[in-house]
Design a binder for this molecule. Sequence first.
Ligand code: ACO
Length: 428
Amino acid sequence: MSKTAEVKFEGKSYELPVIEGTEKEIGINIGSLRSESGLITLDPGFKNTGSTKSAITYLDGEKGILRYRGYSIEELADKSTFLEVSYLLIFGHLPSESELSDFQNQIKVHTLVHEDIKKILEGFPSNSHPMGVLSSLVTSLTAFYPESLDPNRSSERVNLSIIRILAKMPTFAAWAYKNEVGHPVNYPDNNLDYCSNFLKMMFALPAEKYDVDPVISSALNKLLILHADHEQNCSTSTVRVVGSSQASLYASISAGINALWGPLHGGANSAVIEMLENIKKDGGDTKKWMAKAKDKNDPFRLMGFGHRVYKNFDPRARIIKKAADDVLDKLGVDDPVLDIAKGLEQVALNDEYFVERKLYPNVDFYSGIIYRALGIPVDMFTVMFALGRLPGWIAQWKEMRENNEPIGRPRQIYVGENLRPYVDLKKR
Ligand code: ACO
């Protein structure tokens, strides 16, 4: 017998179907509620609203579980590569050896970008924030590949658009950085793997030999895997909603990049480092900054703490904290900001305010410290997040299209003025 839930309103009762997921998550399907009762549900910030049924990522915020297509994030971060995880997210299964090598080769073929895109890049002032440049360059792909505009084209066409964006995103990201520092851009080196190629485009300087440090490349691989998907978060929901209007993959991903930019989402990783630097400059008194974070009259929040869904711990933060220690150790980096971060974490974990509200370090609390150790500048942190999140956005966009989901269009409760007569300008 399928389960139902009952809503009672003004003496009438309405029976609604209950949907159960494969991990026993349950939700009430309110699809018929409005037509039967006139009621809508109100949930600002969609804190308790499921927008879709998805088979991509499972997370349990209470238990700190995160799985991509059923595989634990711990195992994937330990054993796989970013492109393998990308394939898994997008196509639903771990690739065989030949599928993986085919996928990698296809990506290598498409890493170059049209020379005219360089002209667009050159039009941006130096110092432009790389996130704005990245989202613009991604949108520009719609002009260079107009066949990508129609998301209803054959699956081969859609797959080609997917390969192109996966291949070109590291080039765009590295070029956005080069533009910011005013250096000439580097072209892709297709002899290298995905992460090493990106690092070379970021850091190689003209007439200087650049060898990718395998410690750095492998740390980057882990970071990208940890960021690869996170079900219906702000930027992913944006990608799905934009795509639901049948806008193209590139237009949808570009919107996701902009949604990721804000400090409450992907922008948190750079905000964490800025915060830690400020605490250091201020003498390193973590208690003083904790008091600011708790003061409701002070807008300051402890960046990198708290999460909409994780209420006990963020499994990615655990992996990344260990990776931060390893990477700093291997690279011989002694970062005083790491000591402040650890001190802050200890104070917060034992503080009543943070414990009561279940505020724990999230993935971004430590990712900034690793990025710094890898030599990635602060402005680029959110771009790194976008690079990692790309396969998740693609998988979610593709799933939404394949499920033929309707256009995203929430309702509202209007609380403005009732009808009133227009007042002539001179009489106001
Ligand atoms: N510092 C101080 N207080 C906080 C913090 C924080 N970082 N986060 C939440 N709180 C407090 C709020 O003031 C609120 O207190 P109240 O109940 O007394 O009013 C309570 O905890 C609940 O907070 P909400 O903002 O309602 O929680 P929500 O789920 O809406 O927000 C969010 C989650 C945006 C992540 C929030 O915790 C935050 O702003 N954190 C800092 C920014 C950050 O690190 N973002 C990265 C998120 S992870 C990611 O995108 C990869």
